[in-house]
Design a protein around this ligand. Structure first.
Ligand code: DHE
Length: 547
């Protein structure tokens, strides 16, 4: 043999391995290119959040062709039309999708999922814009706004945020952002506000400007949900980080300009079976107060990454095995422990951010825990506890968080209480408050989804504490549509809690302000600019992790 022959691959090595014929299969459903493109868009906007871009399943079931073809076209069409009590929306009967669209989507999910393009450094840099360079920004605060008591409010369907004064309820400014901003986070100094859209666009807003506005922006992928900033002493405002659903990756950026510095893919093995997952999405990210680290929840592989940003040229990542389907979470009252829901597994993982260790995985005994950042309460019997409600039922789990003072209760579910009904998304309290608020946003009953349950902390000493119902939608005085009440957020002083009354895009929405001491209506914010308000983020409470 000549040396060149050595490089000809031997055909016999494929041996017994069976390979799929690439491209269209004989029994593929017929679909035009135009339909395929339109379905992909609908799938991305409506379905991928729960089922995954590659349809491997997470909060929603897997929709890969092996599964969908076994179920068949009629089954899929009816499921998309009518939904299910387990959380699948009724896209057909709600009017969100037409009969033709439902038919098209049922055919679409019978096909192999297309993988959208990757989004690396060159793509990110192409979208990166610095509108006002750091040297051209003010050196002191140039407005008379009370920044610590400002609220950043997501206007979901208009692709904007509203900045609302916490004392006068005046909408100070509406700022154009990415599509459906998911969360707002604030830099450690309180100066910069970061928001991230579902379309993975990050806006960095300088609150010191005479009229606060976007000073830098970037797109970090095709779909995203999380953004955070470095909070550890000595690194205040130095870095920002954003996590993407697609491509599955996170990026560390310069905290002054959003210049992308390091991108890290999260693709890899699941923590338990150690099988490869092509789409482990980045869910919640939290900046540690104990170390120069970001905690990054990787949903599908069930790993919490502790990303040490002290030297980003030699990035050290501690990979903690937790539980699959990590979603959202927050800190305990000492800010040392990160409690985060593995929602489709009914568990809460607890990480010690000081020791960089998993300390427990707690069963919440409810269906799909969904805490937001959770709520820290001084329980009359069990000492400091952290609460989460559930998407799938009416239970609220209280978990002990004080291993020193109350070791017998630490990292155990010490009490289960019952709220208004299933479909809860968020719980909320404040160190100054004697109350725990629980919403029921996605409950199918309009009266339930339009109200909030409030527990008195002192009443938690009873085995089955009663709650007061606040009729938030009724207080808002909105008759049209089925507005849903979502996400309580306290003002800085902790004496008022704000709820969004989230209506359809073309109908009136509102924000209802409740007096925390008397549980009476204090104010209703209505304005034609308040289109589909959802998340609200008080600058001080968000920056300082007060919840
Ligand atoms: Fe959220 C937080 C993902 C639907 C309002 N949401 C989060 C976080 C994640 C997430 C990963 C944690 C971010 C962090 O802390 O860094 N959300 C998802 C989804 O995947 C999901 C289920 C489906 C989707 O397609 O997006 C979803 N979320 C919604 C909504 O429909 C809500 C109610 C309205 C909206 O604006 O889109 C919604 N999510 C919120 C809010 C938070 C949030 C208000 C922040 C809560 C907090 O107090 O920090």
């Amino acid at each position: 043999d000549s040396p060149a022959d050595m490089y000809v691959p031997s055909m016999t090595t494929l041996g017994e391995i069976r390979v799929e014929i690439p491209g269209r299969k004989p029994d593929d459903p017929v679909m035009t290119d135009e339909e395929f493109q339109r379905s992909t868009k609908i799938y991305f906007e409506r379905c991928a959040g729960c089922h995954g871009v590659l349809r491997k399943g997470a909060t929603g079931k897997a929709l890969t062709p092996d599964v969908t073809r076994a179920n068949g076209y009629e089954y899929l069409r009816d499921f998309i039309t009518y939904g299910s009590p387990a959380g699948m929306p009724n896209w057909g009967t709600s009017g969100d999708l037409s009969e033709e669209d439902v038919d098209m989507m049922a055919r679409y999910v019978l096909l192999e999922p297309p993988a959208p393009p990757e989004f690396g450094m060159s793509e990110m840099r192409e979208t990166w814009q610095v509108h006002v360079a750091p040297e051209d920004r003010p050196t002191e605060k140039m407005n008379d706004w009370d920044l610590d008591n400002l609220f950043s409010v997501t206007l979901r369907d208009s692709g904007e945020i509203a900045l609302i004064d916490g004392s006068t309820y005046e909408i100070k400014k509406v700022i154009k952002t990415g599509y459906a901003v998911h969360i707002s986070r604030i830099s450690a100094s309180g100066r910069y506000l970061f928001v991230i859209g579902r379309d993975a666009k990050v806006n960095m807003i300088d609150l010191w400007m005479e009229s606060p506005d976007t000073v830098a922006e970037i797109k970090i992928g095709a779909e995203a949900r999380s953004v955070e900033t470095s909070k550890f002493e000595g690194f205040e405002d130095k870095y920002a980080i954003a996590g993407a659903y697609w491509p599955p990756q996170f990026v560390i950026m310069d905290g002054d300009t959003l210049e992308p510095l390091r991108i890290k893919s999260t693709r890899g093995m699941t923590y338990d079976e150690q099988t490869y997952h092509p789409e482990p999405r980045v869910a919640a990210i939290l900046g540690s107060h104990y170390k120069p680290e970001f905690l990054v929840n990787v949903k599908e592989t069930g790993k919490i990454l502790m990303v040490d940003y002290s030297d980003i040229e030699a990035l050290k990542v501690t990979e903690i095995n937790a539980e699959r389907f990590l979603h959202d979470g927050g800190l305990d009252s000492t800010q040392r422990y990160f409690l985060t829901a593995a929602n489709a597994r009914g568990k809460v993982a607890v990480v010690d951010t000081k020791e960089s260790k998993l300390v427990a995985v707690v069963e919440t005994e409810g269906q799909t825990p969904h805490p937001g950042r959770g709520a820290n309460i001084m329980h009359p019997t069990f000492g400091p506890v952290w609460a989460t409600s559930h998407l799938g039922d009416d239970t609220v789990a209280l978990i002990g968080t004080d291993p020193e003072g109350h070791p017998e209760h630490a990292w155990k579910m010490v009490q289960q209480i019952y709220g208004l009904g299933g479909g809860s998304l968020f719980v909320k309290t404040h160190p100054e408050s004697e109350h725990l608020y629980v919403d029921a946003t996605l409950n199918p009953d309009a009266e339930v989804s339009g109200s909030v349950a409030v527990f008195k902390v002192a009443d938690l000493a009873n085995e089955e504490p009663e709650f007061t119902v606040l009729p938030i939608v009724e207080w808002a005085g909105i008759a049209e549509g089925q507005p849903r009440v979502v996400q309580g957020e306290f003002n800085q002083a902790g004496n008022e809690i704000w709820f969004s009354v989230w209506n359809a895009k073309d109908l009136e929405s509102a924000i209802v302000v409740v007096d925390d001491k008397t549980l009476e209506l204090k104010h209703v914010i209505k304005d034609e600019r308040l289109i589909t308000p959802t998340g609200k983020f008080n600058v001080y409470n968000t920056r300082s992790d007060v919840y």
